[in-house]
Design a protein around this ligand. Structure first.
Ligand SMILES: Nc1c(C(=O)O)ncn1[C@@H]1O[C@H](COP(=O)(O)O)[C@@H](O)[C@H]1O
Length: 176
């Protein structure tokens, strides 16, 4: 199947973080493509990627970059597609530089910024965008949310059992 989401990043060194976006899309069987596209290092290719993305059939772009992370914003300026920005944390500044470079876009050019290193949520957000026009995907997203709910409930049960087993007791389900 041809890709409907583009996952791009400023460098291949971003992949260990960005991989989680691909994994989330895999879970929903959403076809995607992956590439290195840098606004700073290959500006002409970056503009071409953004300009051609919609006509190539992509429905959303996930763009991750670190440091002076201008890639997501620059892509958003040349594509009509939704762009999800992932601030990739680097060695210095703990990703604050990446976050601030991506999140403070001028009005008119939106980038949906996820948390520092939040590539999994970027993948899930892209899945939700597609699900808005796809009943089957919407059903799968609801199932996924139910699983999260069940897992959290299970964690609560285990925690209560542990605390009560140690002689303590608190919380909604503790009966105390
Ligand atoms: N922020 C950007 C852009 C851009 O925004 O165009 N291009 C590369 N980079 C970032 O530079 C960091 C270091 O890259 P190298 O590891 O290749 O030196 C990466 O996190 C990349 O996203």
């Amino acid at each position: 199947m041809s890709p409907v989401v583009g996952i791009v990043m400023g460098s291949d060194s971003d992949w260990p973080v960005m991989e989680a976006a691909a994994q989330a899309l895999d879970e929903f069987e959403i076809p995607y493509e992956v590439d290195v596209v840098s606004a700073h290092r290959m500006p002409h290719e970056m503009i071409a990627y953004g300009e051609q993305a919609a006509e190539r059939g992509l429905k959303a772009i996930i763009a991750g970059a670190g440091g002076a992370a201008h890639l997501p914003g620059m892509l958003a300026s040349v594509t009509p597609l939704p762009v999800i920005g992932v601030p990739v944390p680097l060695k210095y500044l703990d990703g604050m530089d990446s976050l601030l470079s991506i999140v403070q876009m001028p009005a008119g050019v939106p980038v949906a910024t996820v948390s520092v290193g939040g590539a999994r949520n970027a993948g899930l957000l892209a899945a939700r965008m597609l699900a808005a026009h796809d009943e089957e995907l919407l059903t799968r997203m609801r199932e996924f949310q139910q699983e999260l709910n069940d897992q959290a409930t299970e964690k609560g049960k285990r925690l209560r059992a542990k605390v009560e087993g140690a002689g303590g007791g608190f919380g909604f389900g503790s009966g105390k």
